[in-house]
Design a protein around this ligand. Structure first.
Ligand SMILES: Nc1nc2c(ncn2[C@@H]2O[C@H](COP(=O)(O)OP(=O)(O)OP(=O)(O)O)[C@@H](O)[C@H]2O)c(=O)[nH]1
Ligand SMILES: [Mg+2]
Length: 300
């Protein structure tokens, strides 16, 4: 049996979380078209007859501009030395930028092998791919190179085989039916944040945190189980609160409806979701608040 920890690292928005979800065949990590979607390490587990892979999805690496940013930076860069294998994810694009060079400099610290994964190949023509691969492949002594489309599932089976090939022999860490170490509460909070991210514009979604105050099953009159959930969206300004609630509560209702659908899918039962909105000015720079919202830099 092969077994080991595999970090997924890269710049924001390259498709790390989409790829991880695709590889495990289930949606656990939230995704969005906006950069800086993932804020913490998200651990998921893939097991088959070849062995077990523990994936660690990480926040996209970017220069920190707040306490939250520093937490995110540590969560991603700090993982490099703790894993058996690194997947360095980049997008299939023609121009190589300064921040890509900084990623390469970071990856030079890795003791573990680094697999280069070029994602979003569905967006480029076949003949454009080869020059893209050859431009990146010399930047580091990569163990392997895989062009994939996380969204379409192209090349991901080959990548999975490549990951197993580079993992050490060992016994699985987790039960074979375990998919993530995240709690249901964590996932519910993230689903609400995802819907807010996808629906809200400009700086509003980046100043949002979500807490889940209550999750409790109740038997209804007709004998079904329904999960009562209370969650709060925290934002930094009164004006943002107004935008999140929307005219006549329309925006909050839409966030809630979209979130409930995914939550019910995940829980495999009905859910009643009650959303509240609170203002906590500058929480992204307050150690106490960051800790309260689950972004405790000492616990990475
Ligand atoms: N066309 C295309 N889009 C993709 C692909 N993979 C991911 N995306 C899109 O890219 C955007 C970012 O995806 P995420 O998975 O959230 O990216 P991420 O790297 O986890 O981003 P951060 O968590 O912010 O660092 C989303 O809109 C995805 O749907 C792909 O293979 N092809
Ligand atoms: Mg992500």
């Amino acid at each position: 049996m092969k077994t080991g920890f595999v970090a997924i690292l890269g710049l924001p928005n390259v498709g790390k979380s989409t790829l991880m979800n695709r590889l495990i065949g289930q949606k656990i990590a939230i995704t969005s078209y906006k950069p800086q979607t993932t804020r913490s390490r998200i651990r998921t587990i893939y097991t088959d007859e070849r062995g077990q892979i523990v994936f660690v999805d990480t926040p996209g690496v970017h220069a920190p501009d707040s306490g939250l940013g520093r937490y995110m930076y540590r969560a991603s860069t700090g993982v490099i030395r703790d894993v058996d294998l690194v997947l360095f994810l980049t997008e299939a694009k023609k121009a190589w930028k300064e921040e890509d060079e900084q990623m390469i400099a970071l990856l030079k610290e890795a003791k573990a092998p680094v697999i280069l994964v070029i994602n979003k190949i569905d967006r480029v023509k076949k003949e454009e791919l080869l020059p893209i691969i050859s431009a990146v492949s010399g930047k580091l002594p990569f163990a392997e190179i895989y062009p994939v489309s996380a969204r379409e599932g192209e090349g991901t089976d080959e990548l999975l085989a490549g990951i197993f090939a580079h993992l050490p022999e060992g016994e699985p860490f987790y039960d074979e039916d375990m998919v993530t170490t995240e709690t249901e509460r964590d996932i519910v909070a993230e689903i609400v944040r995802e819907k807010a991210l996808r629906l809200l514009q400009e700086e509003v979604p980046h100043g949002i945190a979500v807490t889940v105050e209550k999750m409790k099953d109740r038997r209804t009159g007709s004998g079904d189980d329904i999960c009562d959930i209370e969650a709060t969206i925290i934002c930094e300004k009164e004006s943002h609160k107004g935008i999140i609630i929307g005219k006549g509560g329309r925006m909050l209702r839409e966030i809630g409806t979209n979130a409930r659908r995914d939550i019910e899918n995940m829980l495999q039962r009905r859910a009643a979701l009650h959303l509240y909105v609170k203002v906590r000015g500058e929480w992204r720079d307050s150690d106490a608040q960051l800790k309260h919202f689950g972004y405790d830099i000492r616990k990475i």
